[in-house]
Design a protein. Structure first.
Length: 253
């Protein structure tokens, strides 16, 4: 069955609007009686039947619904925007791997330059990419992609949830960066064998973060994480970090 995003505010009325309604009505040409899968982006999923097609809306009848529990760990990706369309790929794969939140960063070495209007347009585009990825991979929890900001602004304007980060990491090419196994072992030793449940992961742009940006991140508690002896492309580094964090934190012991 086709999957559609029905925002939480539209769930009580079971009415699909906007691009989702257009896709169902004009692209897929679904008809009354056809069944679809709905998700609200916050864990709720339902099987529904199309009740009526109107000019700008699709009326639904919810038949059965369930709630997908949150993942064992909440992983936030703060990603310096790379060149070209690689941010689209990073957002897509971050959703598939299970990232809970994505912060695009405008670091000193970021090639892309964005004014406020362009930044807002990019944010909307990446949020759409996240939505499409969630629809395709069966992810019922939709990550929020924030408006691009500098590392200074990210740490200065961090949302309330940032105060709850159990572990903060920054991918690093510098000597002394630790492997995740070592970082998690130290964390477990300091927390009676527990694992972090709210993790921040920073990934730099081409050429890495500047020394000043790395110092800023470290001053806010970010531990340097080595990505191994091979220098990775930006998009590979993001997928690698999210994958190893997912493996270590989301799986059963």
């Amino acid at each position: 069955m086709h999957r559609f995003h029905l925002p939480p505010n539209d769930w009580p009325s079971a009415t699909m609007t906007g691009s989702e309604a257009h896709h169902a009505r004009s692209v897929l040409r679904l008809q009354p009686g056809d069944r679809v899968v709905l998700f609200d982006g916050r864990g709720r999923e339902a099987t529904a039947e199309i009740a009526a097609l109107e000019a700008a809306t699709v009326q639904l009848r919810i038949l059965h619904e369930a709630v997908t529990p949150p993942l064992r760990a909440r992983i936030t990706l703060a990603q310096a925007i790379p060149k070209g369309k690689n941010m689209d790929l990073i957002v897509q794969k971050a959703v598939e791997i299970g990232a809970a939140e994505i912060f695009p960063l405008l670091s000193a070495r970021t090639v892309v330059q964005l004014d406020p209007e362009s930044a807002s347009h990019k944010q909307a585009k990446w949020q759409t990419t996240a939505l499409e990825a969630a629809k395709q991979c069966g992810q019922n929890r939709l990550p929020h992609v924030h408006t691009p900001r500098t590392p200074d602004a990210f740490f200065a304007d961090a949302p309330p949830s940032a105060a709850g980060y159990d572990l903060r990491l920054i991918g690093s090419l510098q000597p002394g960066a630790l492997h995740l196994k070592k970082i998690l072992a130290d964390y477990a030793q300091a927390h009676d064998g527990g694992r972090p449940v709210n993790v921040l992961m920073l990934i730099g742009p081409e050429g890495d973060f500047t020394p000043a940006e790395i110092a800023l991140a470290r001053s806010h508690g970010c531990a340097p994480l080595t990505l191994g002896p091979i220098i990775l492309r930006v998009e590979t580094a993001a997928i690698y970090c999210l994958s190893i964090l997912s493996y270590e934190l989301l799986s059963e012991r």
